[in-house]
Design a protein around this ligand. Structure first.
Ligand SMILES: *[C@@H]1O[C@H](CO)[C@@H](O)[C@H](O)[C@H]1NC(C)=O
Ligand SMILES: *[C@@H]1O[C@H](CO)[C@@H](O)[C@H](O)[C@H]1NC(C)=O
Ligand SMILES: *[C@@H]1O[C@H](CO)[C@@H](O)[C@H](O)[C@H]1NC(C)=O
Ligand SMILES: *[C@@H]1O[C@H](CO)[C@@H](O)[C@H](O)[C@H]1NC(C)=O
Length: 526
């Protein structure tokens, strides 16, 4: 038993990963553009190379063309991420992971990172009262605990060094607020200079194929950070099945994400710890006019008014259960222009810019987008949404659907290589994660490749009208065939003249084959 405890402890003592690791943000480290720290407990051993954990290598950044949405060049630190900041980083071997290769990949533990641990994400409503308390407490602890390894830049690269050049503009931030900050950073506008409007046609985590891969990594990072904080490598984020229809937020109870306040319809009940949370990244005007970046300063409480957007009835009810099954049937991951206008794209549908059956429609908000907008408050505004912890559960469910889609469509290696919006090409390093990780690396089934799985059952596919007709026709033909066969046998026993009728029967089966089920299915989808 104590050996096990020592293993867990030594794993967690080495456990370090980051946005930019604190030790890479000194003026010297930043000027060298090299971020290859030594694992904790070692001396001058970049990336733990002497232990075979990893190597310090040049960072590869995507060079393929991106879509036309972003017309600027060299205006934004996030172009060719992360080369503006660092050109060398640790590349870890085997199951080693982290900015210094000091920790294990998700789902592994032990000194050699070769002991698998199950990380199972469950429906939050199936958690018992003590599991619910533990989950809420873990989030609250993450909201208050300063991130052990990473710090955030609060200025663009050009203003990152103090005027004397001796210090850099980085801040400590808590684990949960880092989760909010990284989302904000990925969606923030491009600052084009004082007095000019910032450019908003850029989004490194939404409205493109990277939507599912980016948010998948975002959750993995939070889950890992909480595992390390708790010293529990089995800790798993639960999910919220938001596809329940109706206008009730079933997880908005005080034992989970907080009931509605009795005094303020936009507030959270004081019986919930989340009523004490304060948001970060709210000062959009400052960021857009001064060109600063969201910092760790907290401001107002979370706002939330489920089903409260009376001015927009379409977002007053949650997605329906059949919407999930409809989107899972789409066979193409993403379609040109790989944007929020894509039609018959699984990604644009689960993201929620298309109808659940895949057709793009500018007025539609479905699935993921609809669940956000339903919250009518902090959780419904892209730059702020992770401040409401419902974001975590909403996105684990979105990720569960993505994983089920990958499982049902194996070999769909159709993640676009190029011409997706900036940040969304297959080999683009997702902004702002560190160490560098591409969209492609998250485009794999989770249980086999990423060290976690979902405990989920998916609604059976409802039978479409076309299929009902097909089944009726087959049944009728079957009856006819039996009657025919019986009659033929009866007739044959007296006469040999039945060829013409057999030919007719053959033609009927032939016509059914022409109406191949695949064709009729894709038609009925539209
Ligand atoms: C900045 O650092 C340089 C050399 O390291 C030193 O000479 C100088 O006094 C420092 N300036 C300030 C304002 O601390
Ligand atoms: C962040 O916190 C660490 C540890 O508490 C401290 O050593 C460091 O100076 C802080 N860094 C910044 C940028 O405030
Ligand atoms: C943090 O951000 C707020 C809002 O933009 C700003 O008013 C404040 O000065 C910033 N704090 C620091 C230390 O930069
Ligand atoms: C919430 O709903 C109100 C009333 O319809 C609307 O005016 C407001 O813009 C909505 N807020 C958010 C953040 O969606």
């Amino acid at each position: 038993m104590w050996i096990h405890a020592v293993l867990v402890l030594s794993c967690c003592a080495l456990a370090v990963r980051a946005q930019f690791p604190r030790e890479c943000t000194s003026t010297e480290a930043l000027r060298s553009a090299r971020c290859c720290p030594t694992p904790f407990g070692r001396v001058n051993d970049p990336c733990g190379v002497s232990l075979g954990r990893g190597q310090c290598l040049s960072v590869q950044a995507d060079t393929r063309a991106h879509g036309p949405q972003y017309p600027h060049v060299d205006q934004d630190d996030r172009e060719r991420w992360p080369l503006r900041f660092f050109t060398s980083a640790c590349r870890c071997t085997g199951n080693f992971y982290g900015f210094n290769c000091g920790r294990c990949k998700h789902g592994f533990t032990g000194v050699n990172c070769d002991t698998p641990v199950p990380v199972v994400r469950r429906n939050v409503l199936t958690l018992n009262p003590s599991e619910r308390r533990s989950f809420v407490n873990a989030l609250h602890q993450a909201k208050r605990t300063v991130h052990p390894d990473l710090v955030i830049a609060t200025r663009r690269y050009g203003e990152l060094f103090s005027p004397d050049g001796n210090t850099t503009m980085f801040e400590n931030i808590t684990i949960y607020n880092y989760f909010v900050w990284s989302h904000y950073y990925s969606v923030s506008k491009t600052f084009l200079g004082g007095g000019q409007p910032s450019f908003g046609g850029v989004d490194f985590s939404h409205e493109g194929p990277g939507f599912v891969t980016w948010h998948r990594y975002h959750l993995l990072q939070l889950e890992r950070d909480i595992q390390d904080m708790l010293g529990d490598p089995r800790f798993a984020l639960p999910y919220w099945n938001f596809a329940i229809g109706g206008n009730q937020c079933d997880i908005c109870t005080d034992d989970l994400m907080g009931a509605r306040s009795s005094f303020d319809e936009n507030g959270i009940s004081s019986n919930s710890i989340f009523s004490q949370w304060r948001v970060v990244c709210e000062s959009l005007d400052d960021y857009d006019t001064l060109g600063t970046i969201c910092n760790s300063t907290e401001s107002n409480p979370i706002r939330r008014n489920p089903a409260g957007n009376v001015a927009r009835p379409m977002v007053q009810k949650l997605p329906e259960p059949q919407d999930i099954e409809a989107c899972l049937q789409l066979t193409t991951f993403d379609t040109p222009p790989f944007y929020s206008t894509s039609t018959d794209s699984f990604r644009n549908t689960i993201e929620g810019y298309s109808a659940p059956e895949g057709t793009y429609d500018p007025v539609v908000r479905s699935l993921h987008n609809l669940a956000h907008l339903f919250l009518n408050g902090t959780g419904g505004q892209t730059h702020l949404s992770p401040n409401d912890p419902i974001f975590v559960l909403l996105h684990t469910f979105t990720d569960a659907i993505f994983d089920e889609w990958l499982r049902r469509h194996p070999g769909s290696a159709d993640y676009p290589m190029e011409n997706a919006p900036i940040g969304h090409n297959r080999d683009y390093n997702m902004v702002p994660f560190w160490p560098p990780i591409t969209n492609a690396e998250m485009f794999v089934t989770a249980p086999e490749n990423l060290g976690y799985s979902y405990e989920a059952t998916w609604p059976a596919r409802p039978i479409t009208p076309t299929e009902i007709i097909t089944i009726a026709v087959i049944a009728a033909l079957f009856v006819v065939a039996i009657i025919f066969a019986v009659t033929t046998c009866a007739v044959r026993s007296r006469s040999h003249n039945s060829e013409g009728r057999q030919h007719l029967l053959g033609e009927q089966y032939q016509r059914y084959d022409d109406h191949d089920t695949h064709n009729s299915k894709s038609q009925s989808v539209v």
